[in-house]
Design a protein around this ligand. Sequence first.
Ligand code: PGA
Length: 259
Amino acid sequence: MSRCKVIAGNWKMNLNAAQGVELIEKLKGEVGGCSCGCCDHGPEVVVCPPFTTLPAVVAAAKGSCLKVGAQNIHWAENGAFTGEISGSMLTAAGVTHVIVGHSERRQYFGETDATVNQRLLAGLANGLTVIVCVGELLSERVAGTTKAVIERQVRAALAGVDAAAMAGVIIAYEPVWAIGTGKVATTEEAQEVHAFIRALLKQLFACPCVAETTRILYGGSMNPGNAVGLLAQKDIDGGLIGGASLKADQFAALIRAAR
Ligand code: PGA
């Protein structure tokens, strides 16, 4: 079964509204003016700007195949949760995707497997496509616990998600030691973990369709130079890209690499 590739840009805490619009205008030329939102003409392309940049980017992306995602979501509908944002606020802003469980959230902001699960469920309940990140620390890879860590994170993140709802889930494998470091996993290292995640999905869901159709992205220093090798791997269905998503020429080259 073929899986539509995904190239997703995680802008992190970069680019204000004007700078985001400038980048979108350059990218629109790359993804074409269609509004099909599917992979007939290339990969599904998603950009995930900071919250305050979202409305301007949604407006700028209108009429193109570019989809817009947020970088976080709270599980409550509203209330006393200073600094958080709800699913309905995101959908009202025209957002279709959301990233949850990024390692920077886990490392610096106390995100746990349990809160990642709550955020993922909130995303699905709001009709958003959720890009859920998992990945081991360098110390865990060195200790030989990579697969145990990934299994724990995937199981916890997907608790309470049924096979039908998995259509709204994209998994991103991001080895923490490769994020923003310029150290990319080898194609073999990445493929091994991706295949492991797919095998785990086979165990978790009775219907084999879930493992066959769920997109599993690689993230961690992906750039136009290493993307072709990574994207050629059987179980790598795209990329979640940080640094290289901030430059139109590099992100465009990644989109082309996924065609
Ligand atoms: P990077 O970030 O491409 O800059 O390594 C990837 C990510 O954090 O999603």
